[in-house]
Design a protein around this ligand. Structure first.
Ligand code: WTA
Length: 655
């Protein structure tokens, strides 16, 4: 049965236990509904009250929401604050010696940083950056392994009002170079390398390669954290070791106060056209939502140990590693390695060792761990767990049930959190002490979040039907613009189809009779591979950039049991269509090429060669046919408009 069918036929309901309801920060459905009503009755008042209670303001705001230049909404904009101050300084009096980060390295070595330690380390690095001339509003690119230092790097930028742009350590030199140029970064913070699954992966050499590609002359300083100790080239006058940079720096650094709309960070993500977009987030609204969702959705308690397995290179690592957990003052686990090293029990062992209470991971990890050892969790004491979370892609009911029964011992609610890089934090998700759960459903929107499902003309489809997911009112942690491209922001998210009034999420969804949402996947040309967003156009451009070999390429997704979706490339070569060993050799070469252009995550799983691609007489590639071929379906669509029907047989041959 396909995932969609099994999701649609799912009827089980799991209400939270009484104990769970009793202890929860939002306790029971009535409490949830009251909050929703409150937001409906007085939208701005609802948000203003939360923002005053939750954040520490240097200068209080007087205006909550400014819609005068919609869709460029502004929240709390005349208020002033600092994100790092909100995450660290607020704990110095109350809990300086509480562990903020418990870091477990790939090899199992444990390092802890208390809130006071973290504060001093952030301050020292912030002072070092200042000494290098980095000022409020400057952009700093961060290319770091999972580490305490990665969190320090982000917060040090926030402390001095510099906008960070974190690039996932798996991205290529080319991707780094493009992001340096697009963001206009003036400094880079990186490491010599990192360890993952017992292997050493180089990082600084990738930065050197990015410089060699050209266009990065604006970067005048590179700070290098020593992680692996491997030999790396250091360019005099530009590159400084982290330990040297912070050595003599004062342990305190006065935060730079910024207005609430000041860009805290840019994070590049894939869209439906070739170039990744720099999603720009604010300081005030973003941080507010990071804190509220920690308390509401993860039900944070003073003695909790929280663990989000996401890398800081993704938005989940921004909101639920760097900012959310520290701002609410929780103890969190940060993990350098991979779930299957030294064996597939690693996650379960870590939950046992560190007595993790709230565990947040992705369906793709869950599916791979089921495959690697369905009974492994039983070998560990997982009784500390209270709440389980899922993010990044739809979780199929089979994986949900395993997570619920085998990992959570049928007592931990699963919060299946739907959100995006653009939304800053969770938007549609269960509340652990309120919402009755249905496997495969992200249930209902959080209080103050006005979601709906509409048709192509923007009309609500009504309960029990499917359509396009939109958000009808702004929310504090929403994307502010696409860095340097406000027109693209408007076109992508507030299209004219809906009179520019609704935020278009890019996902298809449906609700059932109870108003429970189910996400059906992207409606645009964006793929979700292992919870990572990839634009098909981006991969196509990478393939055709190999101008020696490739004449034309089309990329589509197909369902995959493990990774959710897989990348399938249809390629027309400049030379003759290869077969046999020759085809395998060229496919390998193309995979390496894409790894070099974008990163290993974008590597096509399937590559099919044709003399041509299926096109209409007007020359348009018929992608829906390619999708059917990629899935291995027989073609039932009308192919009469096709210029070259014979090509279909050829493309059916997978390598
Ligand atoms: C998908 C990750 C179903 C969705 C936080 C969205 C999900 C895209 C879920 C954003 C979920 C994320 N159920 N689908 N719980 N969470 N998605 O920007 O297609 O990397 O649009 O943000 O992932 O991916 P992004």
């Amino acid at each position: 049965m396909s995932t969609i069918e099994s999701v649609l036929s799912e009827t089980r309901v799991f209400p939270p236990s009484e104990t769970m309801v009793k202890q929860a920060n939002i306790s029971g459905m009535a409490a949830y509904e009251a909050m929703c009503k409150e937001a409906e009755r007085d939208f701005e008042g609802f948000w203003a009250k939360l923002a005053r209670e939750t954040l520490l303001w240097h200068k209080p705001f007087t205006k909550t929401l400014d819609e005068s230049n919609a869709p460029f909404f502004r929240w709390f904009h005349d208020g002033e604050l600092n994100a790092s101050y909100n995450c660290l300084d607020r704990h110095l009096k109350t809990q300086p010696d509480k562990v903020a980060i418990l870091f477990e390295a790939d090899d199992g070595k444990i390092t802890k940083a208390t809130y006071k330690d973290l504060y001093h380390r952030v301050c020292q690095l912030a002072n070092a950056l200042k000494g290098m001339g980095v000022k409020k509003g400057d952009r700093v690119l961060i290319y770091m392994p999972m580490s305490i230092e990665a969190v320090c790097a982000m917060q040090a930028c926030a402390r001095i009002g510099a906008t960070h742009s974190v690039v996932f350590g798996g991205f290529s030199a080319k991707s780094v170079q493009e992001r340096v140029i697009d963001a206009g970064a003036i400094a880079i913070i990186t490491a010599d390398g990192q360890f993952r699954g017992g292997k050493e992966i180089a990082l600084k050499p990738v930065i050197d390669e990015a410089f060699a590609l050209g266009g990065c002359d604006g970067v005048t300083n590179v700070i290098v954290y020593q992680r692996t100790g491997s030999q790396v080239a250091m360019q005099r006058g530009r590159d400084t070791w982290w330990h040297d940079a912070v050595k003599d720096q004062p342990l305190d650094c006065e935060p730079t106060w910024v207005d609430a709309e000041h860009p805290l960070f840019i994070l590049y993500t894939s869209g439906s056209t070739g170039k990744p977009k720099g999603v720009q987030h604010s300081t005030g609204g973003y941080l507010l939502w990071a804190m509220l969702t920690m308390r509401w959705v993860f039900d944070t308690k003073p003695n909790d140990v929280f663990w989000c397995t996401a890398d800081v290179g993704w938005v989940t690592g921004h909101t639920y590693v760097c900012y959310g957990p520290t701002a609410v003052g929780t103890t969190q686990v940060v993990f350098e390695g991979v779930p299957t090293y030294p064996d597939a029990g690693r996650f379960w062992k870590m939950i046992q060792d560190h007595k993790v209470n709230v565990f947040y991971t992705a369906p793709t990890a869950i599916r791979s761990l089921i495959k690697a050892g369905p009974d492994l969790p039983k070998k560990y004491d997982l009784s500390s767990l209270r709440i389980l979370g899922s993010v990044g892609e739809p979780i199929n009911p089979e994986a949900w049930m395993w997570y619920y029964t085998t990992v959570g011992n049928s007592k931990c609610p699963i919060v299946d959190t739907w959100w995006q890089t653009e939304t800053g934090g969770h938007l549609i998700t269960p509340l652990p002490g309120a919402t009755p759960l249905k496997p495969g459903s992200c249930t209902m929107p959080l209080p103050g979040i006005v979601t709906d499902i509409v048709d192509e003309t923007g009309n609500s489809v009504g309960r029990g039907k499917g359509g396009i997911l939109v958000i009808k009112r702004p929310w504090p942690s929403m994307i502010r613009t696409i860095w340097g491209d406000p027109e693209r922001f408007k076109k992508s998210y507030y299209p004219e189809d809906f009179k520019g009034k609704y935020y278009l999420a890019g996902d298809g969804a449906s609700t059932d009779e109870d108003g429970y949402y189910r996400i059906m996947g992207r409606i645009d040309d964006v793929l979700n591979v292992s919870g990572h967003r990839l634009g098909t156009m981006e991969i196509e451009s990478a393939l055709v950039a190999n101008s020696k070999l490739v004449a034309e390429a089309a990329v589509v997704g197909r369902p995959d049991d493990l990774t959710g979706e897989a990348v399938c490339a249809f390629v027309v070569l400049k030379g003759a269509r290869p077969t046999g060993d020759e085809a395998l050799k060229i496919a390998k070469e193309l995979r390496e090429w894409v790894t070099k252009e974008i990163g290993a995550i974008a590597k096509p799983k399937d590559i099919r060669f044709g003399d041509n691609l299926p096109k209409t007489r007007s020359g348009k590639i018929m992608r829906r046919l390619l999708r059917s071929i990629a899935k291995g379906e027989s073609i039932t669509q009308d192919v009469s408009t096709l210029e070259n029907p014979a090509i279909l047989e050829q493309l059916k041959q997978n390598l």
